[in-house]
Structure formats: C-alpha cells, structure tokens
Design a protein around this ligand. Structure first.
Ligand SMILES: Cc1cc2nc3c(=O)[nH]c(=O)nc-3n(C[C@H](O)[C@H](O)[C@H](O)COP(=O)(O)OP(=O)(O)OC[C@H]3O[C@@H](n4cnc5c(N)ncnc54)[C@H](O)[C@@H]3O)c2cc1C
Length: 501
C-alpha cells in the first residue's frame, strides 16, 4: 500500500455502508472523481455485512429501504433479509463503478485538521493521505457494545455479540443465554429456539412488539415493476407517505398511541397464554419511546417450553452460571449479547482532531451536536452522514442519508464556487441555534415524554440521535448549504503551504 502514501484527494469518504456508497455515487454525479472510500473491512455493506446473525432482516419494507436512485424491481420479499440487502449494496457498487475508489482493509486511525494547508491529514492502517473534505459515514450502529459484566472473562463457554456472529459455533443442543430484548434479539430468539436445548432470555425492559406482515413478492408484481418502473416508485411513495403520517403521533401527539398499544397487547395475548409471562412482557412506558419492534414469531417462541424469560438484567457471571439482578440463576454453554452499539459515543469522534487540537469526542463531551446533522464547529470541511439527531424511529434511514448527501453535494459545490483553497467551518452560534431548535421540538416527542430509558438518549439523558420531525422536513432543511452559517477559511497569506494535488 506504499503507493497510497502522501497522496492528496479532493474528498475522503469513510465507510462503505449505505452512507459511504451513497456519497460515492453522489460525488461522481457531481463530477467529482478525485475521491477515495476508506473501509476497514474487506467488503462493502456496513451494517448488512456485519450483522449476519440468524434471522437478521430489515424492519422497513424493501422498496423504501433502498436508494431512490437505484430502485430494485426484483426485491423478493416485502421485508428484506440481510443477505438481500447485502447483495443489493454489492450490486450498487458494481453498477455505479465504485470499486476503483474503494480501499478495503483501510481503517481510519486518525484524522487531523491542518489549519495552514486547509486539509485533513488522514492515517489509516494501509497508509496515510490527505483530503480537502472528509465525509464520515462510519455508521450509527457499527461498533458493538458488550456490557462490563463481572466474571464474564472467566466464563468457560462461548461468548459473542449479535453483530459478530460466530457461524462456526453450533448452537444445536446447547443451553444459550440471550442478553437483551432489542431489535436483534427478537429476530434471533425464534430462530435459535427450535435448535437449542434451552434459551434463557435476559430482559431489562420489555419492548413493544407489533406483528410483521412479511410475504414473498409475487412474480407478477415483480414483472409489473420491471415493465412499468413508475409502479416501483408509486409503491415506494405509498410506503413513505404512510410513515410520514405515522410519525406525527410520535413527534406531536404521543397520547394518541394508546390505541396502537391495545393492538400490541392483543398481539401478545394471542401467543402468550400464561398471565405471569404476559405481565413480564408488558411494557410500562408509552409505545414508541423505545424502537417499536416488528415480529410475528417472537411471542410464539417465548411460549415454547425450552425458553425461560428472566425479567431482569444480567449482573454477574460465576463460572458457567449467569446471575440476574433479581437473584435468579441459569447454567449456560453460550452467551449471545444483543446489547446494541456505541451510538451516542460515536467511536470515530475519538479519532478526529479539529482546528483547536481537541478531538471531536472532547468537543462533544456535553453531548453530540452538529449543524443540520452534519457539521461540527471547529471541524472545517468535515461532515458526517447520519450525524447527531438524524435517526428515525419509524421510517427508512436511507431517506435521511439521501438528504445528507444533498447537503454534502452542495457543500462541495460551494467550495468549488469559492475557488482557490478554502474551507467552511460551522459557526458555533449556528450549531447552537440548530441544536436548540431540535431540542425544543424534542420536548413533546414520545422519545422524551414516554417514560423510558433508551439508546436514543446519551449519558446526560439528552436525545442526540433522533430527528424530531418528518423526513420531508429534514429534506427541506438540508437542500442547500447556507453560507451565513459557516465561517470561510482561506490559506493564511504568509503560509508556505504546499498542496499536492
Ligand atoms: C441489525 C440492524 C438492523 C437495522 N435495521 C434497520 C431498519 O430496519 N431500518 C433502518 O432504517 N435502519 C436500520 N438499521 C440502521 C442501519 O445502521 C442504517 O439503516 C444504515 O445501514 C447505516 O448505514 P451507514 O452507511 O451509515 O453505516 P454502516 O452500514 O454501519 O456502515 C459503516 C461502515 O463504516 C466502516 N467503518 C467504521 N469505522 C471505520 C473506520 N474507523 N475506518 C474505516 N471504516 C470504518 C464500517 O466497517 C462500515 O462498513 C439497522 C441496523 C442494524 C445493526
């Protein structure tokens, strides 16, 4: 990789999931070809490469969970499995000829702003380079989180996280502990229950679970979509519109969610006949406060005799005995952690050193905040895809990613118009004003008022992950870069800055 050393590019994109690949397509469409995509793994796909656990699937219908510029008339199911989405992203990479830009096995270790040369110096595991602009698409759910459980180190059996599934380990006939009851866990339990000797599920808080209406998309439907592409768009439009209407209940009228809670309880009652199990599974917070989960198999699996629900968190491991906070114990052969990701403590933030020599993590000590979800003050020409407060509770993240790509495209365009060596640094007042608006709107949302603790909230209890509006509002807010929100930086007149182009 020596040939990549001391190289300079116009844009360095970090990550090759939906965000990074989308950025690459968008840059090419803008006529920018001088860019690289730095990826720590050895293939594209991000989330959909790393999460290969049994049962892994998307909670958003296939026709909405895909790029608008790369519609797929051939989605085989209404809700895609991991393997279909991963194949789709490989296909996008080929069709848009992105491979020459991608550097695999290139983990970004450090990015440092050079205020004299107005560029980012980037160190990766495959060499160093510099870039005028960095687009960080390292993913909101990319680095698995395993809780610090006393005694875990001395557990004699197998331990792994749902996002790093060990396919060489055979769960057949094993006593398996599943820790956590989030989106991944509820997909895993129904698949491992029929093969494991026993499944013990550790639940701190029960989720709200709605049925999932998944079916094969018929050959006739697919033929129609192929023959008449507008029907694919119409299908997507309908799926999108419904979710735009639904989100109002989460953002403005949480009290209206009582009716949906009734339906969710009926869904549970159909499968769970034991009243004490039903009581353990009934949430005591408003639906939507934590991510609403979709599954038609989860409750039936919990009703099986070889599944034990421990309605308490795992607190200690003693040899092969797992001890919960309520004192109950279980002997197991394997522990699977479905305990989520580093979300509000974005790992890349420790590796970005800004204009004043502080890391982004230090700058975000009080909580993440970025102008229009993209730019942090003091980090010129650096933007993040799925940055602070761009997450969704009920719709497709691809919609938000594409909005952020509009913003990125205009950012690069504006730099071109400014000409010469220039950089744009978000003004602290603009970041604060944006964040204030977001947090004011957050106050009445179900995520803040619903009476739960969720991974949407940071260590200070502030919601720094979710967008408190519709996706069209975010689309409007990110259509253009407002230059008055940025300070323009130029190379100092007396600088001997020498730029390798
Ligand atoms: C199991 C699961 C199910 C999900 N289901 C849904 C759903 O139903 N609907 C929905 O809208 N969203 C869902 N999501 C959220 C999903 O993360 C986003 O929709 C989307 O895939 C994020 O894309 P991304 O490109 O931003 O991040 P990712 O797909 O996470 O990609 C980030 C990439 O950056 C790379 N990277 C990270 N750090 C570095 C580094 N330092 N150097 C180089 N490369 C680096 C990673 O290897 C990875 O390839 C789900 C997530 C998970 C984990």
């Amino acid at each position: 990789m020596a040939e990549h050393e001391h190289e300079h590019v116009r844009v360095a994109v970090v990550g090759s999931g939906f965000g990074g690949l989308g950025a690459a397509v968008r840059l090419r469409r803008e006529g920018v070809t001088d860019f690289v995509v730095l990826e720590r793994a050895d293939s594209v796909g991000g989330t959909w490469r790393d999460n290969s656990y049994p049962g892994c699937a998307c909670d958003v219908p296939s026709h909405l969970y895909s790029f608008s510029f790369a519609p797929n008339p051939d989605w085989p199911r209404t809700f895609s499995g991991q393997e279909h989405i991963r194949a789709y992203l490989e296909h996008v990479t080929d069709v848009f000829r992105l491979r020459p830009h991608i550097r695999f096995n290139s983990e970004v270790k450090k990015m440092t702003w050079d205020g004299e040369k107005l560029r980012w110096d980037i160190e990766t595991t495959s060499g160093s380079l510099s870039a005028d602009v960095v687009v960080s698409a390292t993913g909101p759910l990319s680095d698995p989180k395993i809780p610090d459980i006393p005694g875990l180190d001395s557990f004699p059996g197998k331990v792994f996280h749902s996002a790093r599934w060990d396919h060489d380990y055979d769960l057949r006939g094993k006593r398996v502990a599943m820790v956590g009851t989030g989106a991944s866990a509820i997909q895993i339990v129904p698949v491992i229950q029929p093969v494991a000797q026993k499944v013990t599920l550790f639940q701190r808080t029960p989720p709200w679970v709605m049925p999932r209406v998944d079916r094969a998309i018929s050959g006739a439907e697919r033929a129609l979509h192929r023959a008449l592409p507008f029907t694919t768009q119409a299908r997507r439009g309908l799926l999108w519109g419904l979710r735009e209407l639904q989100v109002q209940a989460f953002t403005k009228h949480p009290n209206e969610l009582g009716l949906i809670e009734k339906l969710a309880k009926q869904n549970m009652a159909r499968a769970i006949k034991d009243p004490s199990l039903r009581a353990k599974l009934t949430p005591d917070y408003r639906l939507g406060c934590k991510r609403v989960l979709l599954s038609s198999e989860y409750y039936p699996a919990l009703a099986r005799p070889n599944v034990d629900l421990v309605a308490s968190g795992l607190t200690e491991v003693r040899g092969s005995t797992l001890v919960a906070a309520d004192g109950s114990e279980a002997e197991v052969d394997a522990i699977v952690f479905g305990t989520g990701f580093h979300v509000t403590d974005m790992p890349i933030a420790d590796r970005v050193v800004g204009a004043d020599g502080r890391t982004l993590a230090e700058s975000w000590k009080g909580g993440m905040e970025a102008l229009r979800g993209a730019s942090a003050a003091g980090f010129p020409n650096w933007m993040t895809i799925i940055g602070p407060n761009t997450g969704l509770g009920n719709s497709s993240m691809i919609l938000m990613i594409e909005s952020q790509l509009n913003y990125m495209a205009d950012f690069v365009r504006q730099l071109d118009v400014l000409g010469g060596r220039a950089a744009l640094d978000a003004r602290p007042a603009a970041v604060q004003a944006w964040n204030h608006r977001v947090q004011e709107r957050m106050k009445r949302t179900v995520w803040n008022t619903g009476g739960c603790t969720s991974w949407y909230l940071d260590a200070n209890g502030r919601n720094t992950t979710i967008w408190p509006g519709t996706t069209s509002e975010f689309r409007r807010a990110t259509r253009r870069v407002d230059l008055s929100e940025y300070e323009l930086l130029r190379v100092p007149a007396d600088s001997k800055a020498e730029v390798t182009a």
